[in-house]
Design a protein around this ligand. Structure first.
Ligand code: G6P
Length: 370
């Protein structure tokens, strides 16, 4: 394969900018969407509608960014399909004795399909007779070949060590899975159609964010001199905060740590000072008011607040030192929008600090050893 940066200074920036197109590929260019039925079809899973009745639990196994995609998958699948989801760090699973039963569907999520710990965990599950499907990017990879069924996420080759478009495609496919299973359970036709329409609108909304990249470059200038940054969010925004903090630390080497905003009072609030800024992911919906009160708590202690939001609100805008507003969407889709400014924030901070952006020190694209 011929890899080029196509005029971009780094693969990371190129891959962030490919996301409108790559998420569309995750939807099979529309072919995985069933607009009339308000549903989705992932034929590679080799699951019949009747099989969905037998699935009592979904257990996602992954590492790194794929693990955080899994955490979002948990939120979205539990919400739309009403099936309990567990997400496991594959490295933690290996030495353990995983519980495997016939009613659980195991889902391995991996960009490379070669991550040593994910493979080892899946081997152990299969050894015990567990049913495993894969959400993999690399065609023909070890995990793609091992699993009983699977879906390629079609992100295309990802060169930057820090994963961006693969993450978005993993989350997109997990949304499709939630929709497909959910529609055979309790999602109505009209809600299903709404979600399909939202998915179709997604590439254009991501493009809208990318077109405003200069705003994030300015925000990065204000973040780059800190030693440490907190990332905070509630509900679906908590896994977004985890992935956003990972992007920041990987490429900028600034210590970035994510917490659920609700746990602020249980420790991290002690860190807040002029020297410790916070990035809040604050979207409209159930958690909005509680998140705003967390922002007030941080402000009251002299902490600078950067906000990624998806609605206009003068109260929030007045509280925030800096705010970036992404297009509004259904809550299930919102992580695919709120993560994009966070990726760019990581990129521009690393750029300002002169880091080795595509090849961060000490890291590898694929961790094939224990
Ligand atoms: C490494 C990479 C990450 C990736 C993780 C899992 O840590 O640097 O970007 O998320 O491995 O890789 P996988 O290929 O299994 O998704």
């Amino acid at each position: 394969e011929n890899h080029t940066k196509e005029g971009y200074p780094h693969y990371l920036l190129k891959e962030i900018h490919e996301q409108p197109e790559s998420v569309f590929r995750a939807m099979g260019r529309g072919g995985r969407l069933l607009p009339d039925f308000g549903s989705a079809l992932l034929a590679g899973l080799n699951l019949e509608k009747r099989d969905f009745f037998d699935i009592k639990k979904i257990h996602i196994i992954a590492m790194g960014t794929a693990y955080y995609a899994g955490e979002l998958g948990k939120f979205i699948i539990e919400d739309l399909a009403r099936i309990p989801v567990e997400v496991s760090d594959a490295s933690e699973m290996c030495g353990m004795n995983p519980i495997v039963d016939k009613d659980t569907l195991f889902v391995a999520v991996s960009q490379s399909g070669e991550t040593r710990d994910t493979i080892a965990a899946i081997q152990e599950i299969q050894q015990k007779g567990g049913r495993v499907v894969g959400l993999v990017n690399t065609v023909g990879s070890t995990l793609a070949r091992m699993t009983d069924g699977g879906v390629y996420i079609h992100a295309g080759s990802e060169i930057s060590v820090a994963s961006t478009k693969a993450f978005s495609n993993q989350v997109t496919v997990l949304i499709l899975m939630a929709l497909m299973i959910g529609r055979s359970r309790d999602i109505s036709l009209s809600r299903g159609r709404e979600l399909v329409a939202e998915l179709k609108a997604l590439p254009g909304k991501i493009q809208d964010i990318l077109d405003r990249g200069s705003e994030l470059r300015n925000m990065a200038e204000k973040l780059k001199d800190y030693q440490s940054i907190l990332y905070l969010g509630r509900g679906i925004n908590y896994p977004v905060a985890l992935e956003a903090a990972l992007k920041m630390k990987e490429v900028s080497y600034i210590h970035a740590e994510a917490y659920s905003a609700g746990s602020l009072k249980h420790g991290p609030l002690a860190l807040i000072s002029e020297e410790m800024p916070s990035v809040f992911i604050c979207t409209s919906g159930d958690y909005q008011e509680k998140t705003i009160s967390n922002i007030q708590e941080v402000k009251a202690r002299g902490g600078k607040v950067f906000v990624i939001s998806n609605y206009k609100d003068s109260n929030l805008e007045n509280l925030a030192d800096e705010i970036f507003i992404v297009p509004g969407s259904d809550e299930a889709i919102s992580p695919l929008l709120t993560i994009v400014p966070c990726q760019l924030l990581g990129y521009y901070t690393a750029l300002a600090l002169g880091r080795d952006i595509d090849q961060p020190r000490n890291l590898a694209k694929s961790v094939t050893v224990e």
